[in-house]
Design a protein around this ligand. Structure first.
Ligand code: GTP
Ligand code: MG
Length: 199
């Protein structure tokens, strides 16, 4: 994918704040601090368009990034972050749930996990939910630069086992830091976007 243009399009909590056109969207869900915002920056070759932080709980709203004026990446608040109040966490969960269950533009939801760790029960719930809605169930296993390549397979196997994934191609090791597998992920996402163009 040749990225000609990328911009922050909208920041939303409520549906009335979502962009009103019908451009296709791909959303990224995952635990806080796994690297969702960094992943978006790496894919569109921007340093800090999506704001990142070493402290969990950075993204607290639904952030829409418009790419090449033709589709959007949607950065969702991370879940599973214990350091915020229950009421705040419930609020974010509601934002995410409303977006995921009502958004017509949504073409794919991708789970982002930290490759070093076994997915949590919350990840598993999110993954099952993604599958139940008929999405493909692609998993980005990021921070791959923190593991030697010889151990990648061991880690992706742990991820596949916890999430009960049979198809090895569904879990893609990725590094935002070292830009590993940017092209490979675009190859998987391009058909999703092309399909919507033909409809
Ligand atoms: P929330 O917004 O809190 O949900 O977090 P997030 O999932 O958006 O994570 P973010 O992209 O802010 O990254 C969290 C931390 O992990 C930052 O310090 C990043 O620099 C670091 N990080 C993200 N991706 C990678 C990666 O591929 N490799 C390495 N080494 N560090 C990474
Ligand atoms: Mg973030």
């Amino acid at each position: 994918m040749k990225i000609i243009k990328s911009d922050l399009h909208a920041i939303a909590a409520l549906p009335s704040q979502y962009p009103k056109d019908d451009l296709p969207e791909i959303a990224f869900a995952g635990r806080s601090n796994v690297g969702k915002s960094s992943f978006i920056n790496a894919m569109i070759n921007r340093v800090n368009l999506a704001r990142t932080s070493s402290k969990p709980g950075k993204t607290r709203t639904i952030n829409f990034y418009i790419i090449n004026e033709s589709f959007r990446f949607v950065d969702l608040p991370g879940y599973g972050y214990a350091q915020v109040s229950m009421s705040e966490r419930e609020k974010w969960a509601k934002f995410i749930e409303t977006y995921l269950t009502t958004r017509k533009n949504l073409k794919e939801v991708i789970l982002v996990v930290d490759m070093r760790h076994e997915p949590t029960n919350l990840d598993k719930m999110m993954y099952e939910w993604i599958k139940s809605f008929g999405f493909r169930g692609l998993v980005i296993a990021t921070k791959a630069d923190k593991i030697s390549k010889a151990n990648w397979q061991k880690h992706t196997k742990i991820i596949r086992q916890k999430l009960e994934i049979k198809d090895m191609d569904l879990v893609i090791p990725f590094s935002s830091e070292k830009k590993i597998n940017v092209d490979k992920v675009w190859k998987v996402l391009e058909p999703v976007l092309d399909k919507t163009k033909d409809q």
